[in-house]
Design a protein around this ligand. Structure first.
Ligand code: NAG
Ligand code: NAG
Ligand code: NAG
Ligand code: NAG
Length: 408
């Protein structure tokens, strides 16, 4: 039963179904209990009670209940479900005329394997990743056998499934000069198997991952330039060797619908020379194998944005922007704000020191004079009380040491 399925990349997928209706026994479904019977949805399913002798009548129960809520045919030791539906799954038991249990059958219903939607991607010359999806939900335990062979008809090699339950396999170590492969993914379930075979042209599918670390920079003094650097994708083998890449860069001012494009062979940087001055730009880069021109371009890298260098605005309040002879030594001016530098412009602080010295001298002389006068007066006028004198001293002292505060 050959079929044709077309894949998104225009790839023609040739599927060959080789259904085998052979019953696949429980060794590959070892996680299931032993008396499991699998049946096809929508079909006639017959359960046979093994413990019966001759044509003796048996009683069937479902999930322990003797009422089976749908139409069945019972003859001899067998029970037939005419149109199996998912709701009919359950534990069927058969019992003899005394009610003793003869056998338990767990019925599971599902579909035959259908075509698989297989797609492969080739991020470099050494690796092919294939993944697949069921196009029919089988509702049954399923296994896959994945293999590939070259067009030259060499024996099939495994396409390695690294994780069970994830429908993916990887082909490594293939001969990349033999670039046409057949990939065979065979789905097996208890009802049958089906192989989906796709023809893979490695060169046509070769699609690098997007370039990485795209970094735009302004160019000093150039209001319409932007310098853009990037790296080849990490998944790409050493670019300098046999696998050169071509890159394409696109950019546009934010808000514009039109991209401008530049292309470069093997370089990982490029200069945009016609950026719109004063505008933020969006920039993206993509890669393609440089030698196989019918291979695919990578996706564009994530958008990065940058604005070209622009003339600093004239009215910016920054004294350092106005060069003049007086302010050539900007760092020393800034330093005087932080550290008092005696060798620099400090006439103000020197004046203050002289003033303080003179002031102290005047005060000392005044106090001394007053003390002498007082002493003389005390000697002359013994009637004057010592308390008055002491209080005067204190006031004088206060007025000397805090000249701005009126002593109270
Ligand atoms: C069906 O049988 C299995 C064991 O065979 C048991 O674990 C499960 O609970 C049973 N289900 C019902 C609904 O009786
Ligand atoms: C029987 O049990 C199964 C689970 O084991 C359940 O899915 C099914 O609906 C049950 N059927 C009836 C008729 O109770
Ligand atoms: C196969 O899967 C892809 C997505 O991986 C989807 O776009 C496509 O329509 C599917 N094709 C079929 C035939 O189901
Ligand atoms: C595909 O793989 C299955 C499982 O290994 C095998 O039985 C079948 O013959 C293969 N089909 C082709 C066309 O090689």
């Amino acid at each position: 039963m050959p079929g044709l399925v077309s894949c998104p990349g225009g790839l023609i997928v040739i599927g060959i179904i080789s259904l085998s209706f052979v019953h696949i026994h429980s060794e590959i479904w070892s996680n299931e209990v032993s008396d499991v019977q699998f049946g096809r949805l929508g079909s006639k399913v017959t359960l046979v009670c093994r413990g019966t002798h001759g044509g003796s009548l048996v009683e069937w129960r479902l999930n322990g209940s003797s009422v089976i809520p749908w139409q069945t045919l019972s003859s001899g030791g067998s029970l037939t479900l005419l149109n199996a539906q998912l709701s009919m799954e359950g534990n069927y038991t058969c019992h003899d005329h005394r009610g003793a249990l003869l056998q338990t059958i767990k019925l599971r219903l599902g579909n035959l394997p259908g075509f698989l939607n297989v797609s492969c991607h080739v991020p470099n010359h050494y690796k092919i990743f294939c993944s697949w999806k069921q196009t029919v939900n089988t509702n049954l335990p399923t296994k896959y056998i994945s293999s590939y062979s070259t067009s030259k008809g060499v024996n099939a090699e495994p396409c390695v499934q690294e994780q069970l339950g994830v429908n993916e396999c990887t082909i490594t170590d293939h001969y990349f000069w033999d670039f046409k492969h057949l990939v065979n993914i065979t789905e097996i379930n208890p009802l049958g198997s089906e192989s989906t075979i796709i023809r893979v042209n490695i060169h046509k599918l070769l699609k690098p991952d997007p370039p990485e670390a795209v970094t735009p920079e302004e160019v000093e003094g150039q209001p319409s330039y932007l310098l853009v650097h990037w790296r080849a994708p990490a998944s790409w083998p050493d670019m300098s060797e046999a696998f050169p890449l071509t890159f394409s860069l696109r950019y546009r001012p934010v808000g514009s619908n039109y991209w401008s494009t530049l292309q470069t062979e093997e370089n990982t940087s490029m200069m945009i020379t016609d950026a719109l001055a004063g505008h933020m730009h969006h920039i993206q880069v993509r890669a393609q194998d440089a030698l196989i021109n019918y291979s695919q371009w990578s996706e564009w890298s994530h958008v990065v944005q940058a604005q070209p260098w622009s003339e600093p605005l004239a009215n910016t309040e920054e004294p350092t922007e106005e060069p003049s002879d007086d302010t050539v030594f900007i760092p020393s001016i800034m330093a005087t704000d932080k550290l008092p530098d005696p060798s620099a412009d400090d006439s103000g602080s020197l004046g203050l020191l002289i003033f303080l010295g003179l002031f102290a001298g005047v005060i000392t002389a005044t106090v001394f004079t007053i003390l002498i006068l007082l002493r003389v007066r005390q000697q002359r006028r013994n009637s004057a009380t010592k308390q008055e004198l002491a209080s005067m001293m204190v006031r004088l002292a206060l007025s000397v040491f805090s000249p701005h505060r009126a002593p109270s």
